[in-house]
Design a protein around this ligand. Structure first.
Ligand code: ATP
Length: 288
């Protein structure tokens, strides 16, 4: 048995995001389409004699107990009574506090790596249940792919995989806290909601154009209102040939869907002169 595992922790985008209500516990009920992309962090996990150590090469991400990967390791060590520790190393490539679920994905990678390293024999449902204790997006990140996520994001239905769709991600140089966005969301102010049924049909029939033109994220009503740069980026992406553009999650990352790799590359070459962080990637649905 190897005592060191390295996994790719992939980012996600939302192809749509609807908030259908507020729950008595303060959480919101969501209905969203989630999609994994190729962009990933690298997460290395190895057994140690004791304690939990987390290091990350990004100055935007805390090392040690504040890192959410640490919480995953602590939970597993306690729950399964492991008499050893782990060393976790994260190479950060996913923009931080960006709406791309970077932290949740690192967390899911630690759960999967420890499941193998310590032969815990947990199935996907058990790993997802563990992950839910740490964050609402963690269960999705365990398997990833193309999914409908409901409830607080943890009730997942696997959809027809959307493989190899070309994307450009654009992140303005601001970080947005998910909690701030939800705290400022006024449900009564939302006028445009995604037609999720239409989007499900578009996904099923692989009508990328129909999908791209009908993506809606109701959280834009909060983030875009404060940061008008989000609207500027959405418009710029369409001007540069995107079939559609939208903010992912609570933002501020905006993505554009392109017809092919060449048109995405062309848009990226123009965007390189902007003050924004721009990344070309594509959708991916590998079994993880
Ligand atoms: P989501 O889309 O799930 O809301 P996000 O992409 O908006 O997530 P993250 O990149 O996960 O946000 O980071 C949110 C905050 O969590 C950051 O401010 C960061 O400092 C902290 N954090 C803790 N651990 C990590 C980690 N492993 N990776 C990224 N951020 C982390």
């Amino acid at each position: 048995m190897s005592n060191r595992i390295e996994l790719k922790a992939r980012a996600k985008i939302n192809l749509s995001l609807d908030v259908t209500g507020k729950r008595p516990d303060g959480y919101h009920d969501l209905r969203m389409l989630m999609q994994t992309v190729e962009l990933h962090d690298l997460v290395r996990v190895e057994a140690s004699n004791g304690g939990i150590e987390v290091t990350c090469d990004s100055s935007w991400v805390p090392s040690g107990p504040e890192n959410i990967a640490y919480k995953a390791a602590a939970l597993i060590i306690e729950k399964y009574g492991l008499d050893c520790g782990v060393r976790i190393g994260i190479t950060k490539r996913i923009p931080v506090a960006a709406g791309l679920a970077g932290g949740s994905s690192d967390c899911a990678a630690v759960i999967k790596a420890m499941n193998s390293l310590f032969s815990l024999k947990l199935n996907a449902a058990e790993m997802m249940a563990l992950g839910k204790n740490i964050g609402a997006d963690v269960p999705y990140c365990i398997n990833g792919g193309t999914m409908l996520a409901e409830g607080i994001g943890d009730i997942l239905t696997r959809l027809e995989p959307l493989e190899g769709v070309d994307l450009v991600l654009v992140k303005p140089r601001i970080g947005v806290a998910t909690s701030w966005v939800y705290n400022n969301l006024r449900l009564e102010k939302i006028v445009r909601r995604p037609d999720t049924e239409l989007l499900l049909t578009a996904l099923k029939e692989k009508r990328i154009d129909l999908l791209a033109r009908n993506m809606v994220n109701v959280l834009e009503t909060v983030t875009q209102e404060k940061y008008s740069v989000i609207r500027d980026i959405k418009e710029k992406l369409v001007e540069l040939g995107a079939l559609g553009s939208m903010m992912s999650g609570s933002g501020p990352t905006v993505f554009g869907i392109f017809e092919d790799q060449a048109s995405a590359k062309k848009a990226l070459s123009v965007l390189k002169n902007s003050p924004w962080e721009c990344i070309q990637t594509k959708t991916i649905c590998e079994e993880r």
